[in-house]
Design a protein around this ligand. Structure first.
Ligand code: ADP
Length: 398
């Protein structure tokens, strides 16, 4: 079974064609600058080198058409024609409280996703465009929506309600939703398999540390708390996002800068976090280099980031009343032994002990704690596309 996984952003589109017989990636790529000058597709067919093709993509319709043309092309195609695509899995950012699981897309589902647009105005409309264009270009091919928020729908009210007038929740749907759910679900399941255990037997804390970063407390397979909130701006200090701040800062800062609240939120989203603290460095590799070169801003930024992660792990160890496994994932979590070791230095009181040699390795799934560490600490590469494809296969076959 071939499944096309689509992740449609406002001006970009990522895709993977996955052969579910052996869960291998047949082709993948990225369309960039959709709706702008200079739009192009970067396409990797199978094991071949990636190819960049400049192609006008005024809308997502042309972008998806270009993707389908690449997949079926005479020279670099990987399938004969579109009939080889058995189903399409779409990443959808926000499912609100309507979707606690992935679902086969029909008109009612599309309408329900539309109702969540106001909760994720930058993302959901783009996801819906992807769904509608695929429906048009591949009529009759079953499609599945996989939501970033769904995994966290198991959180109890004590974790998802804010201390606001109840009206905010009841009338305006303001609550903690959490994001990166597909990654947290993949990693929490996969780390259990890797350790030869069942997810239902473990208390796990997943640290998804990328440009966007969030932490999730997973109690016996279910998300019970997570650091992102009503939006992905909350929680940890991130690449360009502030994470948690005193909400009163917003008005104060907007007044001082003579900007609107909307502009101030933009500052929190795009100009804050690690980039804000260092005058523009958001890439962890640059920050690590600056740290070792003695750059004071980089030192502070890295210290703040690792301290933040450690504080959330501590909070979630309390929420779970203990922790069996800590799993690091995403760009920073998978690649930065420096960040992992700095975070784990704070966790000695939990009995965490890191094997420095193991932690310096790079690669696939690995354990970086010592055999006598009270908590097993692992590095697990995330794979949201595969999770989406697995859900799609399961639902379509059912
Ligand atoms: P997102 O999907 O949120 O954009 P990623 O999961 O791709 O983010 O992670 C991007 C982050 O991973 C960047 O901050 C980058 O610096 C970091 N990263 C990638 N490779 C390395 C590395 N070798 N060492 C340290 N950090 C790395």
């Amino acid at each position: 079974m071939n499944i096309l996984v689509i992740n449609c952003g406002s001006s970009s589109l990522k895709f993977q064609l996955i052969d579910m017989d052996n869960e291998s990636v047949t082709a993948k790529g990225l369309c960039e600058r959709i709706g702008m000058d200079g739009s192009r597709i970067v396409y990797t067919p199978g094991d071949k080198d990636k190819i960049t093709i400049e192609s006008p993509m005024p809308t997502h319709t042309e972008a998806i058409q270009v993707v389908l043309d690449c997949l079926t092309g005479a020279e670099n195609g990987v399938i004969k024609d579109l009939s080889a695509i058995d189903a399409v899995g779409h990443r959808v950012v926000h499912g609100g409280e309507k979707f606690a699981e992935s679902i086969v897309i029909d008109d009612a589902v599309i309408a329900a996703i539309e109702e969540c647009n106001e909760l994720a105005p930058l993302h959901n409309p783009a996801n819906l465009i992807g769904i509608n264009v695929c429906k048009k270009l591949m009529p009759g091919v079953p499609m599945v929506a996989v939501f970033d928020t769904a995994f966290h729908q198991t959180m109890p009210p004590k974790a998802y309600l804010y201390g606001l007038p109840l009206k905010a929740y009841k009338e305006y749907r303001v609550r903690r939703y959490g994001f990166h759910g597909t990654s947290h679900r993949f990693v929490s399941k996969h780390v259990a398999e890797y350790l030869g255990k069942k997810p239902e037997d473990l208390k796990t804390i997943v640290c998804h540390l990328g440009n966007g970063a969030s932490i999730c407390a997973v109690d016996h397979g279910k998300s019970v708390d997570t650091s992102m909130g009503f939006t992905p701006l909350a929680g940890l200090v991130m690449g360009t996002r502030s994470g948690d701040i005193d909400p009163a800062i917003l008005e104060y800062y907007a007044d001082k800068e003579d900007i609107s609240l909307k502009q101030a939120i933009q500052v929190l989203n795009k100009e804050s976090g690690l980039a804000g603290l260092t005058g523009g460095k958001s890439d962890c590799r640059d920050l690590e280099a600056g740290y070792h070169a003695g750059d004071e801003d980089c030192i502070n930024a890295m210290e703040i980031f690792c301290y933040d992660v450690a504080k959330y792990v501590g909070a979630y160890a309390a929420a779970l009343n203990g922790v069996d496994v800590i799993a690091f994932t995403a760009g920073i979590g998978e690649n930065s032994g420096f960040v992992r070791s700095k975070v784990c230095e704070y966790l000695g009181y939990l009995g965490v002990q890191i094997d420095a040699e193991a932690n310096s390795q790079r690669g696939d799934d690995m354990t970086i704690s010592t055999p006598d560490s009270k908590v097993t600490v692992c590095v697990i590469p995330t794979n949201e596309e595969l999770m989406i494809a697995r859900d799609t296969k399961e639902l379509v076959e059912a």
